[in-house]
Ligand binder design. Structure first.
Ligand code: HEM
Length: 391
């Protein structure tokens, strides 16, 4: 029997469907084929939460370290593409500023300043597209600050990022990477070297360079940039969209801002910025109903796991008071758990709180509806909102 006979739902699943509204299909897969072979993906898709955890916990069997991994093809090996001792060595060199207390002490006032600066510019107009005019610029500013590159403004970081993303997407789509991404990465590497050479400067990169070789520092800097811009822009935009779409839940949060943390977890659960994480089997193994072969791609659907009714009652409902929302897996799990999850949460919390405080009657523009989409990175293309501005 072929895989299509064993996994008929997987055989009928298209990537276009997963990139659009994937939730009805993911629910079917989770119930009937919780590990399914998707011919269009040329790999397995894991949609049940317990099985998703099994994969992410077992890096010896399900590794990220594979030549097919597109990011590593552009920026070289980094913590994101290594496992075992090498992974630990790379990750530990960057870990210190991302611990909870360090994040608070190191970033809170910077994020507050940037957030207020962006909102002050928007406020008088009374309307705006908050993904590109707010969430995106804030994400870029925070990553630029975290990297601490000397003489490198946020706009430059953004242009490098755009070029590297394009190259990674080319490779993911099966094409050769264009030259712009390689050139951008060369510029980033030169900026990393200049930062490390500047002895008057103390930064994350300088301390990482005490433990890693310079090319290794540069690869991880690119991963921080890569990991920190797209996903955080999505995290802020998605959380805002969820809140504005559910006026009853928004009213609860406005009445008690302590509920904002629950709203953010609930948004991460329902629409995680990164929908899947990819692993490669290092040996033949059995996972749920699937006989996985060495070398197979095993894609873990964080979106699928996050709506598993075995853990989350009434899983499609946005409920800012849900008690176990923190069991969501938007930041993955295990060795590769997002290095900057505390920072991303702090950033989103400050961003949303200040928007609610400073833009009275913030609401969606009813004439410009929007919804999240994307196969890997999920967010709406635009988020047009209205508020009562001074102009
Ligand atoms: C300041 C913002 C962020 C930075 C600097 C950042 C950085 C990183 C880094 C360096 C890793 C690799 C960790 C490792 O492999 O050991 C990582 C992993 C990850 N991050 Fe983040 N991240 C940020 C925000 C986010 C957000 C907002 C999300 C989603 C909502 C996210 C989702 C993930 C996921 C799913 C992984 C695991 C990848 C895998 O297992 O293959 N990150 N992040």
């Amino acid at each position: 029997m072929g895989a299509a006979d064993l996994f008929p739902l997987g055989a009928a699943t298209t990537l276009a469907e997963l990139a659009g509204d994937p939730y009805p299909r993911l629910a079917l897969l989770r119930t009937h084929e919780p590990v399914s072979w998707l011919p269009e993906l040329d790999g397995w898709l894991v949609t049940r939460r317990d099985l998703a955890l099994s994969v992410m916990r077992d890096a010896a069997t399900f590794t990220v370290d594979d030549p097919r991994f597109s990011t590593a093809q552009v920026v070289g090996p980094s913590m994101l593409s290594l496992d075992g001792d090498q992974h630990t060595r790379h990750r530990e060199a960057f870990a210190a500023p991302f611990r909870p207390r360090e994040v608070h002490n190191g970033f809170a006032s910077f994020i507050e300043r940037e957030t207020d600066r962006l909102i002050t510019a928007l406020e008088p107009v009374g309307v705006g597209e908050l993904r590109r005019a707010f969430a995106g610029p804030l994400a870029v500013a925070v990553v630029t600050q975290a990297l601490g590159l000397v003489d490198t403004p946020a706009a430059t970081v953004l242009s490098w990022y755009d070029s590297i993303v394009r190259s990674v997407s080319d490779i993911t789509a099966g094409h050769e990477a264009g030259p712009a991404g390689i050139a951008a990465y060369r510029h980033l590497r030169a900026a990393v070297e200049a930062t490390v050479a500047d002895q008057s400067h103390s930064s994350l990169l300088v301390s990482a360079a005490r433990r890693l070789a310079l090319p290794e520092v540069a690869s991880n800097a690119a991963v921080l940039m890569f990991g920190g811009i797209e996903t955080t822009e999505g995290m802020i935009t998605n959380a805002l969209l969820q809140l504005l779409r559910h006026p009853d839940q928004l009213a609860l949060v406005r009445a008690d801002l302590a509920l904002l943390d629950g709203a953010i977890e609930e948004s991460l659960r329902l629409e995680p910025g990164a929908a899947v994480v990819d692993r490669y089997a290092t040996r033949d193994t059995v996972l749920g109903p699937a006989a996985i072969r060495r070398g197979d791609l095993v894609s873990v659907s964080l979106t699928g796991a996050n709506r598993d009714p075995a853990v989350f009652r009434d899983p499609d409902r946005f409920d800012v008071r849900r008690e176990n929302a923190r069991l969501q897996l938007a930041f993955a799990h295990g060795a590769h758990y997002c290095l900057a999850a505390h920072l991303a949460r702090l950033e989103t919390r400050i961003a949303l709180q200040r928007l609610l405080e400073l833009l009275p009657a913030l609401r969606l523009d009813p004439d410009r509806p929007t919804t999240a989409h994307g196969l890997v990175f999920r967010k709406p293309s635009t988020l047009h909102a209205l508020w009562d501005g001074a102009a």
